[in-house]
Design a binder for this molecule. Structure first.
Ligand SMILES: [Zn+2]
Length: 364
C-alpha cells in the first residue's frame, strides 16, 4: 500500500507488550532508515520505538504486511463474497491454493476486528432477529449452526458457531458411521447452541441493556436469554414454517441466510467447496458481514445505502480499499473469549487433530 513518507507518522508502538501503552501520550520513536521491497511500496520507512527498542516500519501498519502478493488482497475480498472457491481464485491469479487460503485467513482476521470496532457499544436501538444458518464442516457428519444476530436495518451485529450432532433420518450404515466417528472424536456438547446464543447476545447487548429479539421457536434460545438476567430481553417467536416473505418478522435473518448462501461458495448446497474447518467458515462469515454492513445496499433494486450508513456508524458506503486501508491489532480492542479464540484460529474441528492457529506477529 503506497503511503506518503513524510506526512504519515506511526500512531502507536505496534509491540503489544511495550511500556508506552501504559502511559498514553508519552510514546517516542525515531526514524531508522529505509528498506526496499520487490513489491510496492518499494521504499519503506523504518522506525525504532524508544520505549521497547523494537524496530517496526510503516508496513507494520498496513494490511499487506509481509505479503509477497499485496495486490491480491482487494480482489480476493471481492471474490470471497462473490461465491468463488479458493482453488478457482488460485487458478485465476496463478497461485497455490495455500497462498489464497493464507490471505483469506488474514482477511478474515482483519474483518473480525473491523466488525467489532464498528459495532455500536450500547444496546442496539432497533429490534434484532436471531437465527442459525445450518451448515457443516469437513463432512455432513459434522453439522454446525452459524448463529446470526441481525438488526431490522439488516446490520449484522455479530455471529458465532454452535456444533451440532448429525440428526435427521439416517440409514443404518450412516448411524454406525456416526457412532464410530463420535467414539473417535467426541460428541458435540448438547448445550452448544444455548452456550453460543448466550455468548452472542451477551456480547451485543451490554449488561443493563434492553433489546427486542425475534426468532423461530428453537428451544435453546429462551434458556440462553434466561441466563442473561442482567439484560432486559423481550423475546417474540415466529414459527419457521410460516412463509418467508418481507412481511415476516424474521425477514432480516432469512435474507441474511439467503445472501450468505448466495455469496459464499462454502455454504452452497451439494458443493465440493464446503468448509473443511469451521474456523474457515467463521473467517469467511466475518468478511461477508463487513461487506453486508458497509458495502452492500440494503435493497439491490433501490440501490440504497448499506446498513452501516443507515445506522449512522459510517458516513458513506465503503469500498474494499477503505476497509483494508489500515491494519487492526487484536490487543487494541477488548475481545471477549469467543472473539479471541476465533481471531487466533483456536476453534477446533473435531475430525482434524490440529488447529492451524495464528500467532500474533507485529514487526517487519
Ligand atoms: Zn515500543
Amino acid at each position: 500500500m503506497p503511503r506518503p513518507l513524510r506526512s504519515w507518522l506511526p500512531p502507536f508502538c505496534p509491540n503489544s507488550s511495550c511500556d508506552s501503552h501504559a502511559a498514553p501520550g508519552t510514546w517516542r520513536f525515531k526514524r531508522k532508515g529505509f528498506y526496499s521491497r520487490l513489491r510496492g511500496p518499494r521504499r519503506v520507512q523504518r522506525y525504532l520505538c524508544r520505549s521497547c527498542h523494537r524496530n517496526f516500519s510503516s508496513q507494520t501498519f498496513a494490511t499487506t504486511y509481509w505479503l509477497k502478493q499485496p495486490r491480491l488482497l482487494r480482489p480476493l475480498f471481492h471474490r470471497l463474497v462473490g461465491c468463488s472457491a479458493l482453488r478457482q481464485i488460485a487458478r485465476e491469479f496463478g497461485l497455490t491454493h495455500g497462498s489464497v487460503q493464507r490471505q483469506s485467513e488474514r482477511l478474515g482476521r482483519h474483518c473480525l476486528l473491523f466488525l467489532e470496532e464498528l459495532r455500536p457499544r450500547g444496546a442496539p436501538a432497533e429490534p434484532l432477529v436471531l437465527d442459525g444458518l445450518r451448515t457443516f464442516e469437513h463432512s455432513q457428519y459434522w453439522p454446525f449452526d452459524l448463529n446470526l444476530l441481525v438488526g431490522a436495518s439488516h446490520y449484522v451485529y455479530g455471529f458465532n458457531d454452535a456444533e451440532l450432532r448429525r440428526s435427521g433420518s439416517l440409514r443404518p450404515g450412516q448411524r454406525a458411521k456416526r457412532t464410530a466417528l463420535e467414539a473417535a472424536h467426541g460428541r458435540p456438547p448438547p448445550q452448544a447452541t444455548r452456550q453460543a446464543v448466550e455468548e452472542l447476545v451477551g456480547r451485543v447487548v451490554p449488561p443493563g441493556g434492553a433489546v427486542e429479539i425475534e426468532s423461530d421457536e428453537h428451544g435453546a434460545y429462551p434458556q440462553a436469554f434466561a441466563r442473561l438476567s442482567d439484560r432486559r430481553i423481550r423475546h417474540r417467536t415466529t414459527s419457521s414454517k410460516e412463509s418467508r416473505t418481507p412481511r415476516s418478522p424474521l425477514f432480516p435473518a432469512n435474507l441474511a441466510d439467503l445472501l450468505l448462501r448466495h455469496s459464499s461458495a462454502n455454504h452452497k448446497r451439494e458443493t465440493i467447496a464446503f468448509s473443511k474447518r469451521r474456523q474457515g467458515a467463521l473467517y469467511r462469515a466475518a468478511i461477508w458481514a463487513v461487506w453486508r454492513n458497509t458495502m452492500k445496499s440494503r435493497s439491490e433494486n433501490r440501490r440504497d445505502e448499506p446498513p452501516g450508513v443507515a445506522l449512522g456508524l459510517i458516513a458513506k458506503r465503503l469500498g474494499a480499499k477503505e476497509v483494508l486501508a489500515e491494519r487492526r491489532f487484536p490487543w487494541r480492542q477488548e475481545l471477549g473469549p469467543w472473539l479471541e479464540r476465533c481471531y487466533f484460529a483456536r476453534i477446533a474441528t473435531r475430525r482434524l487433530a490440529r488447529c492451524r492457529s495464528h500467532t500474533l506477529r507485529y514487526a517487519v
